[in-house]
Design a protein around this ligand. Structure first.
Ligand code: NAP
Length: 257
């Protein structure tokens, strides 16, 4: 991890999918930079585990864990209300990191597999982005930053991932539109597009596929969740104050052409 910075002091941050992998690394990185972090995940146990790992000795920091199913508007409304009750303000930073895969070849993919991935990855990012933006606009907050974790697969496609690739292409379109609509409220919206990152999600990938993927990465290795988290911290902070509607690839050069 890079040297400790304090760019995110007094930035209340909501991280979905905060119980594992990239989301957990985002929570840890943001806490180390001074943010107060709301660790939100569908699993209460893993959210609490992340919460227990967070640094909290910088000015005014207070973290919390919350359960959310990002595919449910009702669940997100409950979470945002509980955040406002606890902190008397909405989150000014949001990182949409919740995501799932249900891989299958297009010829075999069921409607349920397709729908489930779209519901969590695409609709979930829409619902959370909308809820956070609505709360920020309603309270007249001067600025906000919403970062959505897409995937390089949304640009290039991937065998066995028609549902996932479509959902990740979708979050880029969603983000660019949100950026256009929300700029006038001081809210910036950007995507990070990870390549092949070592997390529980990729633990499911067969060893032979991992070896093949690594051979395609110019940097010759998989990425670490912290390497994605570092870019999220940049996009959340004022260091990226003139960046909105962008997609930043964090791939070690995978599929650069
Ligand atoms: P991960 O370790 O599986 O973390 C995803 C987290 O999201 C898990 O804690 C998961 O809980 C949670 N989650 C699942 N469904 C949810 C829902 N409906 N509501 C709230 N939380 C939910 O995966 P990861 O690799 O860190 O992935 C994080 C993000 O990066 C995802 O959007 C993924 O698509 C994206 N990404 C990952 C890679 C990679 O190589 N790892 C590459 C590109 C993009 P459960 O574990 O209980 O399901």
């Amino acid at each position: 991890m890079a040297a400790a910075a304090t760019r995110l002091i007094s930035r209340l941050t909501l991280v979905t999918g905060g119980g594992s992998g990239i989301g957990r690394a985002v929570c840890q990185r943001f806490a180390s930079e001074g943010a107060s972090v709301v660790v939100a995940d569908i699993s209460e146990e893993s959210a609490n585990e992340t919460l227990g790992s967070l640094q909290g000795d910088l000015r005014g920091q207070g973290h919390m864990a919350g359960v959310v199913d990002v595919s449910s508007k009702e669940s997100i409304t409950k979470l945002v209300t509980s955040i406002q009750t606890r902190y008397f303000q909405p989150p000014s930073v949001c990182v949409n990191a919740a995501g799932i895969t249900r891989d299958d070849f297009l010829l075999n993919m069921t409607e349920e597999e397709f729908d489930k991935v779209i519901q969590v990855n695409l609709k979930g990012s829409f619902l959370v982005t909308q809820a956070v933006a609505q709360a920020l606009v309603a309270c007249g907050a001067p600025k906000g930053s919403i970062v959505t974790v897409g995937s390089i697969v949304g640009k290039v496609g991937n065998v066995g991932q028609a549902n996932y690739a479509a959902s990740k292409a979708g979050v880029e379109g969603l983000t660019r539109t949100a950026a256009k609509e929300l700029s006038r409220f001081g809210i910036r919206c950007n995507c990070v597009l990870p390549g092949f990152i070592s997390t529980p999600m990729t633990d499911k990938v067969p060893e032979k596929v991992i070896t093949k993927m690594k051979s395609l990465v110019p940097m010759g290795r998989m990425g670490e969740p912290a390497e994605v988290a570092d870019v999220c911290a940049f996009l959340a902070s004022d260091d990226s104050r003139y960046i909105t509607g962008a997609s930043v690839e964090v791939t070690g050069g995978l599929f650069i052409g």
